[in-house]
Write a protein that binds this ligand. Structure first.
Ligand code: AMP
Ligand code: ZN
Length: 453
């Protein structure tokens, strides 16, 4: 089967064909490193990690996820905290990678940093001036949107309407309100680099155009990011790159994830409803958060609530419950799971297919069949970045229980002895005690097993 992806530029789901047979390049706009990633920021990291895993099954993938370490918000954080910029960015790069790692996100192949590519940005800006797509004004370099007839095609905006609707206060150095900054002057206390236009710093959009060209070439197969980046960020990246490259397509497929809201509200610092992954993983296993993020189709909005996590936890309990006590062997994932994921990354369908395997596994009494099904389920988990724990450890490691695994085991042993002595009152009282601590006991032929509810 062919992989299908929804392309924002064409506005439809298309069969995926890489530019060079057998090889795929993918670029995801990564974090701006001045604070911890919130759960919305984690959505593209997790979703495109899954896409990378799917692509790697068939192609040699080069996946770049950049780090924006030049940005006014970083400068502001440095002024506010009194910490040097390098210290702030190093701290949050590490935190980002640790936090995403906890969500099962594999490191990308390349993690280019803006600060290490300023020369490439200056070269690209110079080329755009030379070719007549950009102009210098008062130490700034601006992209002249009127020079690019395709401007607006990605975000489906009409440039004339945009100009007509523009607010009145336009910076005096701009020829048109829509022209965007590729280079701007820096004051002595702010970070700056020498350039043909004086000491200054690059704008955000040129960072991605220059870094993707350097590492992935002029035409990349997949450019990914959150929906909010379509305009202006991706529209501007596309304008810069196609104009610098004499019209060569910049990205063959533009793939965007939908937005995550919190209890039906936009997550925002000013509303005080921002959930940081860094905090969440102290209380909730990363795998639960990953599954919760993958429980909705990546292009759909995802409304996050306590229930999202609870239901993800229940799903994992069901998977691990089915796998418990069954030895797994080498296997590929079920075709139905792969087909769902190759069809525009339909993770909810893939999860439903995994449930169907888990149900068959629970029903089956044939040892060989149970082993085959468990192996397939585990392989599906490998592909999704889930089910990596030992099932017994999963149930032992639940969060929020007051009893430790050792204490629970000791109580179960006491209960076993009580039952052997036909002291059912004592056995029931131990069961009640465990139950009120959120421990569920499952009596089976080979003794009692427990899990946290
Ligand atoms: P930023 O650091 O704001 O540039 O965001 C990093 C990535 O997270 C971008 O791909 C954004 O599109 C994405 N993003 C930010 N907020 C959300 C959200 N609430 N839901 C989904 N994606 C988001
Ligand atoms: Zn970008």
């Amino acid at each position: 089967m062919t992989i299908y992806l929804h392309d924002t530029l064409q506005g439809e789901k298309l069969p995926f064909e890489p530019h060079i047979e057998g090889e795929v390049t993918m670029y995801l706009c990564g974090p701006t490193v001045y604070n911890y990633a919130h759960i919305g920021n984690a959505r593209p990291a997790v979703v495109f990690d899954l896409l990378a895993r799917i692509l790697r099954r068939r192609y040699k993938l080069t996946y770049a996820r950049n780090i924006t370490d030049i940005d006014d918000k970083i400068n502001q954080a440095s002024i506010e905290t009194g910490k040097p910029i390098d210290e702030i960015t190093a701290q949050y790069i590490k935190a980002y990678n640790d936090d995403m790692g906890a969500l099962g996100v594999q490191p990308p192949d390349i993690e280019p940093r803006a600060t290490q590519h300023v020369d490439e940005m200056i070269s690209m800006i110079s080329l755009l001036i030379e070719k007549g797509f950009a102009y210098e004004a008062e130490g700034h370099v601006l992209f002249d949107v009127s020079s690019n007839p395709d401007y607006g095609s990605l975000s489906k905006r009409d440039l004339r309407e945009m100009i007509a609707g523009a607010r009145v206060e336009v910076a005096p150095y701009k020829r048109s309100a829509q022209d965007f900054v590729m280079w701007k002057p820096s004051t002595p206390e702010l970070p700056g680099w020498e350039s043909p236009w004086g000491r200054g710093r690059p704008g955000w959009h040129i960072e991605c155009s220059a870094m993707s060209e350097k590492h992935l070439g002029k035409t990349i197969d997949i450019h990914a990011g959150g929906q909010d980046l379509v305009f202006p960020h991706h529209e501007n990246e596309m304008a810069q790159s196609t104009c610098a490259h004499d019209g060569a397509p910049f990205a063959r497929y533009w793939v965007h994830n939908g937005f995550l809201s919190l209890d039906s509200t936009k997550m925002s610092k000013s509303l005080g409803n921002v959930l940081l992954v860094h905090d969440m993983i102290k209380d909730v296993p990363g795998e639960v958060i990953r599954l919760a993020l993958l429980s909705a189709h990546y292009r759909q909005p995802l409304d996050w609530s306590e229930e999202t996590l609870e239901s993800a936890k229940r799903m994992l309990d069901r998977f691990y419950g089915a796998l418990r006590g069954v030895t797994v062997s080498e296997s590929g994932p079920p075709d139905a799971v792969v087909e769902a994921l190759e069809d525009d990354l339909n993770s909810p369908k893939a999860l439903a297919e995994m449930f169907s395997v888990a149900r068959q596994l629970n029903k089956s009494t044939d040892a060989a069949e149970r082993q085959a099904l468990a192996s397939q389920l585990r392989a599906a988990g490998d592909l999704m970045g889930l089910l990596q724990s030992d099932p017994d450890e999963w149930f032992a490691g639940g969060t929020g229980g007051e009893l430790s695994a050792d204490e629970i085991e000791a109580l179960l042993e006491e209960r076993k002895i009580a039952r052997a002595n036909r002291d059912f009152a004592a056995a029931d009282s131990i069961r009640d005690k465990l139950s009120s601590a959120g421990i569920v006991i499952e009596d089976g032929a080979d003794g009692a097993r427990w899990r946290r509810s």
